[in-house]
Design a binder for this molecule. Sequence first.
Ligand code: DAS
Length: 360
Amino acid sequence: MLLVHRLIRGVAAAFLATHFGAFAQTAVAPAPKANVVVLATGGTIAGAGASAANSATYQAAKVPVDKLIAGVPELADIANVRGEQVFQIASESFTNEKLVTLAKRVSALAKDPGVDGIVITHGTDTLEETSFFLTLVVHTDKPIVVVGSMRPGTAMSADGTLNLYDAVAVAAAKDSRGKGVLIVMNDDILSGRDSGKRINIKTNAFGSQWGALGSIVEGKTYWFRAPVKRHTMASEFDIDSITTLPMVSIVYGSGEMGTTIADAAGKAGAKAIIHAGTGNGSVPDYEVETLKKLRASGVQIIRSARVPDGFVLRNSEQPDDKYDWVVAHDLNPQKAKILAAVALTKTSDPRELQRIFWTY
Ligand code: DAS
């Protein structure tokens, strides 16, 4: 019996030494770090205030990209990061021309096999327009992450450094691929399509009525939902075939809104007017006549709503079929303006425009 026991122990020891011994000798090499490019455009994340108490009074677009990256040395632990200064502006000053320039640079970098992910540091004011534009026109499944901050780096409890760290972590994560352009703010991973700035002075400023896609915590992504609208690789629009964007104007609905703004937009050459209507995209009776005339002159009329959540129903408040108008679905006026401008680079058929608003 003792002999059998010794025999079994001997065989077991030999087996363990063979397998675990081999395992111990070949330590697993760490996975290579992702190559992430940070494209800086300005904003509060590059802002500076006079004192640490200035969390809301400061100058945006002051700190250059290399200083932003140097300000978060922990980035080197999670990715190989390099920066490019594309613009240095407050984002309320973004123009269509700047949008196209930025998107072309993003597209070129996305084609580079040496680039695994792209982060865009951006002012928060129009961050939502840029992120939607990029998700419509950049053909890549590589992570593209737009990030900003609500406080300058000089302020107490500044949010920019962690937001930048989180954005690079999301851009470096393989499971961020194929989800469209993302917004990372305040530990949330948001869809670039339907997320935006909902509060104008707090660090939890960004959100979507449809919720976040996930969270980023200590450099790790946690996903809970995925986009269902077409984007990036599945988009019929491509920045490589866009050089300029047509003029689209937003007319803000209110009581006693008058018709001068819509008329002026038409005279100024707007190819589409986004009517940011009250309620479910309502239009005052006196405005209907003005918009019908503008439609007859070739201007597209797109009904959005000034109400932040919900979505505009076709043929509800207005007979859109009869007037040959389009509804913006769940897109707020500023997002509808971006989609209208992109769509008009391809078609001016209202039925096609409506399909596009249902699809993206
Ligand atoms: N003016 C704002 C902008 O650049 C500052 C900011 O919030 O980023 O969008």
